[in-house]
Design a protein around this ligand. Structure first.
Ligand code: ADE
Length: 231
């Protein structure tokens, strides 16, 4: 399909898209409201998945099954793991990994899903290129391509940051990206995850995260608008 699925986890993250899109129809499945219409000249379905990997997975599969989307773009905030990243910087997913998968007692490395050909999901190169171009124009900070780590926990401890960096070498940590990536991989649908750094996943993460939400939402909105215009 030509339709683009646009997902955010939280209300703030999708609010601007909903304000600016031309909405034609609204459907609800599994408690998720899907807004169909056009944004920045492209056919889109905008939705709020809710937080965490299960919500993100269900939402992504519904976008594919019920709306025949040909691409999934996920935007939101993340905790920075790479020490070179500042709050406000952007990470565009090169790859996504579920860092909380752990079958190491069976001999599988951490983050490896047993008996599956890959556990490191590659984002689409052309969407990465468009996202990087748009991100560089929109952020007051910098934009990098990197590995996005996802798991069902909010990270707010330097020791956990050190461990995630050491084990996986991730650029940032959040709670949905790799679930979206995994579902897209299973369905052979291209995806890209775009994350604004809201915090450093340290003891200040909770406070920084809350303060940063609206600024990040404006940035994500601008980036996706520019991407779709050039697509
Ligand atoms: N999203 C934004 N900041 C985060 C953090 N520190 N951990 C998990 N998800 C996040």
């Amino acid at each position: 399909g030509k339709t683009i699925g646009l997902i955010g986890a939280m209300a703030e993250e999708v609010a601007l898209f909903l304000e600016e899109m031309e909405e034609n129809a609204r459907e609800e499945y599994a408690g998720i409201v899907f807004h169909r219409g056009s944004f920045s000249g492209a056919p889109v379905v905008v939705c709020r998945s809710g937080v965490g990997k299960v919500n993100a997975s269900v939402c992504t599969q519904l976008l594919i099954d019920r709306f025949d989307v040909g691409t999934v773009i996920f935007t939101g905030v993340a905790g920075a793991l790479d020490p070179a990243l500042d709050i406000g910087d952007i990470v565009v997913s090169k790859t996504c990994v579920q860092y909380d998968v752990d079958a190491s007692p069976l001999g599988f490395p951490k983050g490896t899903i047993p008996f599956q050909e890959t556990s490191v999901f590659q984002a689409d190169p052309e969407w990465i290129r468009l996202a990087m171009e748009a991100a560089e124009a929109w952020t007051e900070g910098k934009a990098i391509r990197g590995k996005v780590l996802s798991g069902d926990r909010f990270i707010a401890h330097p020791e956990q940051v050190r461990e995630l960096r050491e084990t996986f070498g991730g650029a940032c940590v959040e709670m949905e990206g790799a679930a979206v990536a995994h579902v897209c991989h299973l369905n052979r649908i291209p995806f890209v995850v775009i994350r604004s750094m809201s915090d450093r996943a340290d003891f200040s993460a909770g406070v920084n995260f809350t303060e940063f939400a609206s600024r990040a939402a404006r940035c994500s909105n601008g980036i996706v608008k520019a991407m779709l215009k050039k697509h």
